[in-house]
Design a protein around this ligand. Structure first.
Ligand code: SF4
Length: 379
């Protein structure tokens, strides 16, 4: 067993384990930078989120254990770190969650864990909580289970059969980048193959088609570029039907400082948060605005611009596309205008059925976004 396994009470363990769960964002958390790091007032395990169907909810979010035999260099819980270790038992976890659920303080559960000995031993604990909730206590609500890298097909299939959403963090784009972060995790075998298996189990027409799969990239830990992340993100959506991809800026001081050595020059902390934000903007362009991978504009260093958002970067690269005629353009073209989002475009399409739009004020209340849009449209 790794570290000191102390014996605080359940609430004491939750204090420790829910605080350690905060860096995992692959849980349908909001993509707003400020919102997805919020915590509820009752305890760090109460967590406001945006659900996959768009609704808002509150999750009970914790690790089941912060003991870990892995060596991920960006992670404060890796084996050689001196942190207070503890674990929740499955029955204990199910009961404390149900206490909160019955008081209507939370509506679902997000459960993750460090690696307790082996991937399958850990999956067995995670699955045991979901099994208890579903089969013993008849809970039909939202359960998000983390899939541990290297878990067996059988353990993964059981998790998929019990959960509403499962996630296995891809962490970084490609084998070479992962090798900089961990000597134990095998990119293809432990991460990519399981993600593919989940995709095949949850594809349309299959028994578990309603189960969603999400994943997360750590941004800035491996010296990877945004070009690489976007390429992998596109493949995850396009070929593996990933429901959502999340991004978490690597935070200096949490992980192994030697990551900051010559091999992987770290960025200024503020820049990595801007990178995270830009990647979320690209994610929206791919999922909601009909952008293709080839539409994304990168700087010479392979990253997205820190100063211009990705939609405007595309617009500046394609002056031949503008100005867009507000009264005649197709929805696709309107969505390409910087400053126009799906809600405003829907309003334009509605209003122009009734009247001819003559100026930017006819589109809506003129704020910074519409002023920006005004530079790219004609009436
Ligand atoms: S598997 Fe890696 S990221 Fe997860 S808790 Fe262990 S060291 Fe941290």
């Amino acid at each position: 067993m790794v570290g000191v396994v102390s014996k605080p009470d359940t609430r004491g363990k939750l204090e420790i384990l829910s605080a350690d769960a905060q860096y995992d964002l692959a849980c349908a958390c909001s993509c707003s930078k400020d919102e997805h790091r919020q915590r509820g007032g009752d305890g760090k395990w109460i967590y406001p989120v945006t659900l996959p169907n768009g609704g808002k909810s509150i999750l009970f979010k914790t690790l089941i254990s912060n003991v870990c035999t892995n060596d991920c260099r960006y992670c404060p819980l890796r084996e050689d770190m001196d942190v207070r270790r503890c674990s929740l038992r499955p029955e204990e976890t199910a009961k404390i969650f149900l206490d909160y659920y019955r008081q209507r303080k939370v509506f679902g559960l997000f459960l993750s864990s460090g690696v307790l000995g082996s991937a399958d031993a850990t999956m067995d604990r995670l699955n045991a909580v979901a099994r208890l909730l579903r089969k013993k206590y008849g809970f039909r609500g939202y359960i998000h289970l983390k899939i541990i890298p290297g878990a067996s097909d059988a353990a993964i299939e059981e998790a998929v059969s019990l959960a509403s959403t499962v996630s296995l963090n891809i962490e970084t784009p490609g084998e070479a980048n992962l090798a900089k972060l961990s000597e134990k995790k095998k990119y293809i075998q432990d991460i990519i193959e399981p993600i593919k298996l989940i995709s095949s189990l949850t594809t349309r027409g299959m028994k578990y088609e309603k189960v969603k799969q999400t994943t997360q990239f750590i941004v800035g830990a491996a010296g990877e570029s945004d070009t690489e992340i976007v390429k992998y993100m596109f493949g995850l959506y396009d070929r593996l039907r990933m429901h959502r991809v999340y991004f978490s800026a690597y935070q200096k001081g949490l992980g192994d400082e030697s990551i900051a050595g010559e091999q992987v020059p770290l960025e200024r902390p503020a820049d990595v948060f801007v990178r995270e934000h830009r990647l979320y903007q690209v994610d929206f362009l791919l999922r909601k605005y009909g952008f293709a991978e080839s539409d994304i504009v990168f700087e010479d260093n392979g990253n997205l611009s820190l100063t211009v958002d990705p939609k405007e970067a595309w617009a500046l690269r394609h002056p031949e596309f503008f100005p867009v005629d507000v009264n005649r353009a197709a929805k696709f073209s309107l969505l390409r205008v910087p400053g126009l989002g799906p809600v405003t475009v829907r309003r334009i399409l509605e209003r122009r059925k009734q009247t001819c739009l003559r100026r930017i004020e006819d589109v809506g209340k003129v704020g910074a976004r519409l002023i920006r849009a005004g530079k790219y449209v004609a009436f």
